[in-house]
Write a protein that binds this ligand. Structure first.
Ligand SMILES: NC(=O)C1=CN([C@@H]2O[C@H](COP(=O)(O)OP(=O)(O)OC[C@H]3O[C@@H](n4cnc5c(N)ncnc54)[C@H](OP(=O)(O)O)[C@@H]3O)[C@@H](O)[C@H]2O)[C@@H](O)CC1
Ligand SMILES: [K+]
Length: 488
């Protein structure tokens, strides 16, 4: 499991650890890890000795980390220039260490020889702000970043790309775009959540001994192969199809019969013993998936299921309204997606005795929150938490970073690490809802079903795309291979 902690938690852990260590020890650990990461990058393109490194340093300890790391690189023969974002202000000990190692410290506005390097910089180290930064880069700092990154030298961010909001992943103004980020002690939420995460590049976590001081429950967590493998259902020797769970799918309409096929195709790969389909798309479903149990009438009369999926391609006619109300009235877990989300009443969802899972994309989430789509995309973490609290549900917010939150306090939000840009294709969400519904029917808890579903779906999409565009059914077809990858 990859975990992330808020700034407040990281600072408290650092305080506790620092109290037991000699002054400055943590910064030295951070600087050593940062220097090693920079040296690796420099070696990839040539060597450390004789390379040209520019440190963009702010006024705080983030700059201090870079200055001490710069001193280490200078001692190995790199030419290191620290450029202060605020004239005359930078970490004193770090500045002295860099000067003593043969590096230089200049101010951003100064015309000095290092500017002749412009096109010949091998590495830019961004240390303007770390966890102490607020509100996007100030104009002077942004100007400095623009000047030194214009020639395409690789950029390593220290702790976080400067300008991103550490706790939320928001990017309120100008921010650095890094090729790699070297972070200390623990990942911060911004490193896992877009739009900030997308500016961080490759992540490298430096152990500074913080682990024992961090609480057991993080703010965010991202499942990895082993975590997902442990969640996936395994049929026992005595399992029959009903014991493995039956998932009901209420999807599709005369106008959108394809959604029924896609949701069923996901559900068939999710581990439930059988898939029951209720709605007008039965003929299309049977043509593609003859193993489905189809029912042409209302879901209430379709027969017993262990979980329902309602919404994909349902439209908004009377049948759609009836399907949503039938299904929300049941006492089994329900996943509501797509058109079903437009027919939701928060009070009805809150009053349910069994769990409800909502799977909106940003536009649907915005409609549920009465916000604008751009607001949801800019503040995904806040949006998913707010939706979960408002509906008393588990919410999977799809998008460039898929997030899953529950309404249970002190439960980490899950971040899905798999996926590909090619997943933004019509019908792929229908496959995800079928798959996740099937995992619910197989007995997974809502948070686990949603996060394992998103994980497998993203992995299947990567396999199916393999660098090329994909269609939603390709994703469904690749789920068994993704499942085997995870289990391997
Ligand atoms: N704690 C520890 O044990 C360890 C901490 N470590 C390191 O320390 C880092 C945290 O250091 P920190 O607390 O000094 O804050 P930091 O991120 O350097 O920002 C400082 C200053 O930036 C300024 N500023 C703010 N917003 C701005 C903006 N938008 N645009 C431009 N400037 C802006 C503002 O200065 P102001 O001008 O307001 O005085 C603020 O005071 C942490 O990320 C990690 O790298 C590691 O060594 C491991 C051990
Ligand atoms: K930084």
């Amino acid at each position: 499991m990859r975990t992330a902690y808020s700034v407040e938690t990281v600072r408290a852990a650092e305080q506790a650890l620092m109290a037991r260590l000699p002054e400055g020890a943590l910064m030295q650990r951070a600087a050593a890890g940062l220097a090693a990461a920079c040296a690796d990058l420099l070696r990839r393109a040539g060597r450390v000795y004789g390379s040209r490194v520019v440190l963009l340093v702010g006024t705080g300890d983030n700059g201090g980390d870079a200055l001490y790391a710069g001193a280490r690189l200078a001692r190995r023969g790199a030419g290191v220039v620290a450029v202060r974002a605020v004239p005359g202000r930078a970490h004193e000990g770090g500045s002295a260490a860099l000067l003593a190692a043969g590096g230089r410290v200049v101010d951003g506005g100064e015309s000095t020889t290092h500017q002749d390097w412009a096109g010949r910089i091998d590495l830019v180290v961004d240390a303007i702000t770390g966890i102490g930064g607020r509100g996007g880069l100030r104009p002077d700092a942004a100007g400095l970043v623009g000047r030194y990154t214009a020639h395409g030298a690789p950029v390593v961010a220290v702790d976080l790309p400067s300008g991103v909001e550490a706790d939320t992943g928001e990017v309120p103004g100008e921010a650095v775009r890094a090729d790699a980020t070297v972070t200390f002690g623990a990942y911060k939420p911004a490193l896992l959540v877009d739009p900030a995460a997308e500016r961080a590049g490759a992540l490298r976590l430096v152990d500074i001994g913080l682990g024992a001081e961090l609480p057991g429950v993080p703010d965010l967590e991202a499942l990895q192969y082993a975590d997902v493998a442990a969640l996936l259902p395994v049929p026992a020797a005595e399992s029959d199809k009903y014991r493995r769970g039956v998932v009901g799918i209420a999807a599709g309409s005369a106008r959108y019969p394809g959604a029924a096929v896609l949701a069923v195709s996901g559900a068939l790969r999710g581990g439930a013993g059988a898939v029951r389909y209720a709605g007008p798309g039965g003929a299309a479903v049977i043509a593609r998936h003859p193993e489905t149990l189809v029912h042409a009438g209302r879901p209430a009369r379709a027969g017993r299921v262990q979980a329902w999926v309602v919404g994909p391609g349902l439209g908004d006619g009377t049948d759609a309204v009836a399907a949503v109300s039938d299904i929300l009235a049941t006492d089994v877990p329900v996943l509501v997606d797509a058109d079903g989300l437009r027919l939701l009443d928060a009070e009805v969802v809150r009053a349910r005795t069994a769990p409800t899972v909502l799977t909106p994309h940003a536009g649907e989430a915005a409609a549920l929150l009465g916000a604008r789509r751009e607001e949801v995309e800019a503040g995904r973490l806040a949006a998913v938490r707010e939706l979960a609290a408002r509906f008393g549900a588990t919410v999977l917010l799809k998008g460039s970073t898929t997030l899953i939150a529950t309404d249970t306090p002190h439960t980490p939000v899950r971040v899905n690490p798999t996926g590909t840009g090619w997943l933004a294709t019509a019908g792929s969400g229908d496959v995800l809802s079928g798959l996740t519904g099937s995992l619910l029917a197989a007995g997974l808890a809502p948070l686990d079903a949603a996060s394992a579903g998103a994980y497998l779906h993203g992995l299947a999409a990567r396999r199916a795309a393999d660098g090329s565009p994909l269609a939603a059914l390709d994703v469904a077809d690749a789920i068994p291979a993704a499942w085997r990858d995870v289990r391997a």
